[in-house]
Design a protein around this ligand. Structure first.
Ligand SMILES: C[S@@+](CC[C@H](N)C(=O)[O-])C[C@H]1O[C@@H](n2cnc3c(N)ncnc32)[C@H](O)[C@@H]1O
Length: 306
């Protein structure tokens, strides 16, 4: 890990800049374990309650709020600009605002732009120290979407590419007339969304987005991308590997690869936080003789502008 630049104490705070590496309990309390980020100590719905509009829950691929919170504290200072070029309902923007940073997002789908704008208004009303903005557009042309005054000013990009809907979504349980268990809120609205492109097209589009990020980052600014491998028709698709290649091809330097836990850890024991469909997919795979495991972390790829 690079030296964290700023830390303040508070609930779900991930602590002091230089924890004693020999004190495991302190490291756990701090949320810091080398390249393992202990970001799953509270369930997503608890982290969002009161801070995000209930409508936000409809987005199929939201980031766990503690992940941008940890990255923002580690890589930026108050007043810095933090950008998410694939902003969804604005998790990066909202967490940046609450930490006194200037959060900026770009999102392709009008529905999520509107929900991100609602979350920004809700956060402003809470009297937080930072500012937030959301832009509607295709981030493969990122520099042209953002005001020239921001070019070269962004301290940190945090984002996650859209892919594989098989583990996303919520459960509609069967009622007397509703039939069998159904999945809802697991798809994006537009077929032009990068989520529906082939792996090669997603890689090309994401490389263009990271090249645009490089153009607006300040020298030494960081890029934090969360992703995880997923299975398409049984084949394992290496999204984190695609992210590293896209970053390097976009002219960024690879700093390190970490993992961010989405499960809790209590007294040395893992507390899994798997969705209904994650559990179902694993059970189905095991039943067919494919020994899969529940994935309880996101890969985090950290890159830097030279
Ligand atoms: C994994 S989600 C990110 C969610 C976000 N981090 C949050 O917590 O709400 C990826 C988002 O990228 C958006 N997207 C896809 N293609 C895009 C593009 N070309 N430009 C901007 N956004 C895009 C999708 O609509 C989706 O909302």
């Amino acid at each position: 890990m690079p030296n964290p630049t700023s830390h303040t104490a508070g609930p779900h705070d991930f602590g002091s800049p230089h924890p004693d590496p020999s004190d495991l309990a302190a490291l756990l309390a701090d949320g810091y374990l080398g390249s393992v980020w202990l970001t799953g100590q509270a369930p997503s719905r608890d982290l969002r309650r009161g801070r995000y509009t209930p409508e936000s829950m409809k987005h199929p691929g939201k980031m766990l709020p503690t992940i941008p919170r940890y990255a923002i504290r580690t890589y930026t200072n108050p007043g810095d600009v933090v950008l998410d070029p694939m902003a969804g309902i604005g998790t990066t923007i909202i967490e940046a605002m609450r930490l006194g940073r200037h959060g900026i997002g770009v999102e392709y789908e009008a529905e999520w732009v509107a929900k991100a704008a609602d979350n920004i208004r809700h956060t402003v009303q809470a009297g937080v120290p930072g500012r937030g903005e959301i832009y509607h557009g295709d981030s493969t042309a990122l520099p042209s979407l953002l005001p020239a005054s921001l070019h070269g000013q962004v301290a940190l990009v945090i984002t996650s590419p859209p892919y594989g809907s098989s583990t996303h979504g919520h459960v509609r349980t069967p009622g007397p007339r509703r039939g069998k268990v159904r999945k809802i809120n697991h798809k994006y609205g537009s077929v032009s969304n990068l989520a529906y492109r082939s792996h090669g097209e997603l890689a090309d589009g994401f490389t263009e987005i990271l090249a645009g990020c490089r153009a607006v980052l300040r020298p030494g600014g960081h890029v934090v991308v969360t992703a995880r491998p997923y299975r398409r028709h049984g084949e394992l698709i290496d999204i984190p590997g695609m992210v590293v290649a896209a970053g390097v091809n976009a002219g960024l330097e690879l700093v390190e690869e970490c993992i961010a836990l989405i499960c809790g850890v209590r007294d040395g024991v893992i507390i899994p936080r798997a969705s209904f469909f994650q559990q179902k997919n694993i059970r189905d795979a095991i039943a067919t003789g494919d020994p899969q495991w529940l994935v309880q972390h996101e890969d985090v790829v950290i890159l830097r502008a030279l």
